[in-house]
Design a protein around this ligand. Structure first.
Ligand code: BEZ
Length: 231
């Protein structure tokens, strides 16, 4: 029997290199680093197979697969059960969400080894054996295998995968251009010139120009520019 300290999360921080692992999945054994090599990746976890909210989430991700592929993002799910259980569950997921195909691997983690490694456990959700379940974690990993974003939801709150795609758009944009994306930004909206860039450097970097918004403080820190990589 594992003690609660053995389940204590080793929280991954933004910028950390994510750990490598090998695990069984619905698509056969996965060597994580090999699987994600050179790509963006999303690893997202679930509390348990055959649970209602998880069933809706995995179906939604199935329908969004072309959107992840368009962005060059490898998709991997994790649930703390074995592959036999996962495979039995897929029929329910695809039946519940019209058109959905679970065309991505679901990792098996019946011992919670991976969930511990990635700090995905939710101490408030305990299974029938007294073991913490995984929370709804989302890890977006860059091609350099570093953690670019993490989101942690409790088991009782399903994620919004429109938001996950939106943050991937922002992460991929801001990785390549000296911009940041403002509140509720979506592809095509104006971006912010990052504060560390001087006006002179911004003039050179942004041929479409930028505007400085006047604010009561008189400071010139809000600088808007059209999204650099759209026409
Ligand atoms: C669910 O996926 O529906 C769920 C799982 C664990 C706790 C609460 C809800």
């Amino acid at each position: 029997m594992q003690t609660s300290t053995e389940f204590e999360a080793m929280a991954l921080k933004l910028g950390d290199t994510v750990p490598d692992f090998t695990a069984d999945s619905t698509e056969g054994p996965i060597e994580f680093y090999k699987y994600i090599e050179g790509s963006w990746a999303i690893l997202f976890s679930h509390p348990n197979d055959f649970t209602p909210v998880c069933t809706t989430e995995l179906g939604a991700v199935g329908n969004f697969l072309p959107e992840f592929e368009k962005r060059g993002v490898k998709v991997i799910a994790l649930s703390c059960n074995d592959v036999v259980s996962h495979k039995g569950w897929i029929g329910d997921i695809e039946s519940y969400t019209p058109g959905a195909k679970v065309g991505y691997p679901i990792l098996a983690d019946p011992t919670r080894e991976l969930a511990v490694k990635f700090g995905m456990l939710d101490p408030d959700e305990i299974d029938s054996k007294g073991i913490p379940l995984t929370a709804r974690a989302v890890f977006i990993i860059g091609p350099d295998k570093k953690l670019k974003l993490s989101i942690l939801y409790p088991a009782t709150t399903g994620r919004n995968f429109h938001e996950v795609l939106r943050v991937i758009d922002s992460l991929q944009l801001t990785a390549n251009f000296s911009v940041a994306t403002p509140v509720n930004w979506n592809v095509g909206d104006k971006c912010m010139v990052i504060p560390s860039l001087s006006n002179e450097a911004a003039t050179l970097k942004f041929p479409k120009g930028f505007e400085t918004v006047e604010v009561p403080s008189g400071r010139s820190y809000i600088r808007l520019t059209p999204q650099p990589n759209v026409d």
